[in-house]
Design a protein around this ligand. Structure first.
Ligand code: ZN
Length: 92
């Protein structure tokens, strides 16, 4: 993906969740992760079996998708473009 000017765009999203609360660990049951299907004793915020890194990757992918959508959405012009539009309208 690239910006309007053709400059390649790079976005890095890193998610680091704090799952130190006891609700994220089930010492009695190891169940298939809802994302990768490998067994885990970890639980997500909805109490479903899920590895912490799987949930972090899932959130990162969601955020990355939203970031690309914002860049591609012309309803949100960059600040420099807003100034250009204002000057263009005054000149008419
Ligand atoms: Zn997993």
């Amino acid at each position: 993906m690239s910006t309007e000017s053709g400059t390649p765009m790079s976005v890095l999203v890193k998610v680091d969740l704090d799952w130190s609360a006891p609700g994220h660990w089930d010492a009695d049951h190891s169940l298939p992760c809802r994302v990768c299907s490998d067994t885990t004793q970890q639980r997500d915020n909805t109490d479903l079996p899920c590895h912490k890194h799987c949930r972090e990757d899932e959130i990162a992918r969601e955020l990355l998708g939203r970031a690309y959508a914002l860049v591609a959405d012309e309803r949100f012009p960059a600040p420099a473009q807003q100034g250009l539009r204002a000057r263009t309208e005054v000149a008419r």
